[in-house]
Design a binder for this molecule. Structure first.
Ligand code: E4P
Length: 297
């Protein structure tokens, strides 16, 4: 089961060995980074200007959802995000499939901005083309590492995939914890809502014994364990590839990722807004404001 106590000295040491992301005087200079998981600049801009995020991840689904209907529109959209975020990283996903085409597209995307990070699916190539080389993604990551182009190995669902990507030279790996949680919630317990942190509060008899149930309780925490496992392996072997926790479904999963030792957590804008609006924070604010009324006027 996911065990937050496993955040031990090796993980602390790993965090300290990674470059500081802010001025050393800043109290969180070695803290993990928060990214927006979005391709919609209207979502991204206020979060960035408020200092809440310092990076962005995109993918073809998010690009389509943000209104891109052609490669030209997608490139224009990505260029705007890169310009806004510079010098902070923005992950841009390859849409080509063959090795040569992927390398050419990676160069094209990398030319859009020096903060571009090329997102490369770690595998799954035979799922879309039975004749494809299963190692295409790893080979592309290797070639881009040799060219000095940063990569984000995406669609990671086990620790071996993460390790292979790191071995190929990936700058970061993206385990999709929310999709793991969704899958398990759907298949293990069809009665429960997928990946919902409120299970514990609303159904304590089913999800007893732990407060760390963001992925749906002790039987559904494989997504959090996956991230913790990758972080632990990377810490033990001093692998500097960053672990970017992706596919977040609720604010409690963000907390779990911080406990798991993730280097980066990428979060949809709506969930970030939810972090500010905890029900008890709301009640507290209402009480403070009501009491403060006597001091005004
Ligand atoms: C990460 O980089 C991906 O874009 C994203 O987190 C996928 O999340 P989803 O499972 O919500 O599609």
């Amino acid at each position: 089961m996911f065990d937050p106590a496993a955040f031990g000295p090796a993980i602390q040491q790993r965090r300290r060995s990674l470059p500081a992301i802010r001025d050393q005087r800043h109290p969180a200079s070695h803290g993990p980074r928060l990214f927006a998981d979005s391709a919609d600049i209207h979502d991204i801009e206020p979060l960035y200007r408020a200092g809440i995020i310092n990076g962005v991840t995109t993918n073809p689904t998010l690009m389509k959802r943000a209104g891109a209907n052609s490669w030209a529109q997608a490139k224009a959209m990505l260029t705007d995000i890169l310009t806004l975020l510079a010098p902070n990283p923005v992950s841009l996903e390859l849409t080509e499939l063959g090795y040569d085409a992927m390398l050419a597209q990676a160069r094209e995307l990398a030319a859009l901005g020096s903060n571009a990070v090329i997102k490369v699916p770690v595998g799954g190539y035979r799922a879309v083309d039975a004749k494809a080389d299963p190692f295409t993604g790893l080979k592309v990551i290797r070639a881009l590492w040799e060219l000095g182009i940063h990569t984000n190995a995406t669609l990671v669902f086990n620790t071996t995939q993460a390790f292979w990507a790191a071995n190929a030279g990936a700058s970061c790996v993206s385990p999709f914890l929310g999709r793991v949680a969704d899958y398990l919630a759907k298949h293990d317990d069809a009665g429960g809502p997928p990946g919902n942190s409120l299970y514990q509060a609303t159904e304590p008899q089913r999800y007893h014994n732990t407060e760390y149930v963001a992925c749906g309780g002790p039987r559904h925490d494989a997504g959090s364990r996956l991230v913790q496992e990758i972080v632990t392996v990377f810490a033990h072997y001093d692998i500097r590839t960053e672990v970017l926790a992706a596919s977040i479904r609720n604010p409690a999963q963000v907390s779990e990722m911080l406990l798991a030792g993730a280097d980066i957590v990428t979060v949809p804008a709506a969930i970030l807004a939810g972090v500010a609006d905890h029900p008890l924070t709301d009640l507290g604010m209402q009480a403070f404001c009501a009491d403060a009324a006597v001091f005004t006027g």
